[in-house]
Write a protein that binds this ligand. Structure first.
Ligand code: CA
Length: 158
C-alpha cells in the first residue's frame, strides 16, 4: 500500500507540473506533446552535424533536446525507440577544451548526465570532443563527441 500511494503521488506531481496542452505544440510543424515531461518534441531523421542540428531547432523557435533529468532522458529514449537501430542524436551541452564542466546553450551548467561510463565516456579529449551525443546502441547513454558528425535531430519546444 505504501508503494502504491508513493506511485500516485509521483504521477500527480508530474502531471500537475505541466501547464501546456496539445495546442501549445506547433502541430503544423509536427511537434508532439510529451505530457510527462511537459514539452513538445520532434525528431528530424535527416542527419545533420551539430551546428545544423542547432539551427534546425532554432528555425522552429525551439531548441536542441535538453536532457536535464531522468524523466527527460526517458522521453528522449521513447522518441528514438521508433527510429532506426542506429539512432544517435546530439543533445544540448558543450564545454571548452581543458574543462570538464558542461553548459546548456543558455549558459546554465549541466548537472544531470547519463555517461556511457562502461564505454569509457566521457573522454574529454581536447581536440574538439566538446559536444554531447546519445547512442541508441549503447543504451542511450551519453558520449562526448566532435561537432562534425552527422546525426538525426531531436528538437524541443517548452
Ligand atoms: Ca568520447
Amino acid at each position: 500500500m505504501l508503494v502504491i500511494s508513493h506511485f500516485i503521488h509521483i504521477q500527480l506531481f508530474v502531471f500537475s507540473d505541466c501547464s501546456i496542452d496539445e495546442s501549445s505544440c506547433p502541430g503544423s510543424l509536427g511537434y508532439i506533446l510529451n505530457r510527462e515531461v511537459c514539452f513538445c518534441y520532434k525528431v528530424y531523421t535527416t542527419k545533420q552535424n551539430y551546428d545544423s542540428s542547432v539551427k534546425i531547432c532554432e528555425n522552429d523557435n525551439g531548441e536542441l533536446a535538453r536532457i536535464s533529468n531522468a524523466l527527460r532522458q526517458q522521453a528522449l529514449e521513447n522518441a528514438l525507440d521508433g527510429i532506426s537501430s542506429y539512432a544517435e542524436a546530439y543533445i544540448q551541452g558543450t564545454r571548452t577544451a581543458g574543462s570538464t564542466t558542461w553548459y546548456y546553450n543558455d549558459g546554465t551548467e549541466v548537472t544531470y548526465f547519463n555517461w556511457n561510463t562502461p564505454g569509457g565516456q566521457p573522454q574529454h579529449r581536447d581536440d574538439g570532443e566538446d559536444y554531447l551525443l546519445v547512442r541508441k546502441t549503447k543504451g542511450y547513454r551519453w558520449h562526448d563527441v566532435y561537432k562534425a558528425e552527422q546525426h538525426i535531430v531531436v528538437c524541443e519546444i517548452e
